[in-house]
Design a protein. Structure first.
Length: 119
């Protein structure tokens, strides 16, 4: 009598790590995207760029042209920021970057405070 031993058929599915959901996007990428989006979105609300865009739209009566121009400018400035950030990250430690950013922000704050007090 012949006994059959069944071997499982190989599957073509790639195994998923616990950090990668079925859509293939790692959770860390989703987290970074979400925090970047909300940080930039909130920072841009009511700032000079938004007010300038509002005024340019009112003057030109061409909202879509202003939208495309403003959107392109924001994408380009973001690209420059990302490329500069990557360049810095490859050359300077994270601790040094954080320290330099803190010193720069304190310096700018002192300048703005001085300008406010003496004008």
């Amino acid at each position: 009598m012949k006994t059959s031993t069944s071997t499982p058929e190989p599957t073509t599915d790639t195994p998923q790590s616990p950090e990668t959901p079925k859509n293939g996007i790692p959770r860390s990428a989703v987290t970074v995207f979400g925090s970047t989006f909300f940080t930039i979105f909130l920072a841009e609300m009511g700032d000079k760029t938004q007010l300038t865009t509002l005024l340019m739209t009112a003057e030109s009566k061409s909202p879509w042209v202003v939208f495309l121009g403003a959107g392109s400018a924001l994408v380009l400035t973001s690209l420059i920021g990302v490329l500069l950030g990557r360049w810095l990250a490859n050359r300077v430690s994270e601790e040094t970057i954080e320290t330099l950013a803190a010193v720069l922000l304190i310096f700018i704050s002192i300048l703005l405070l001085g300008e406010t007090i003496y004008t």
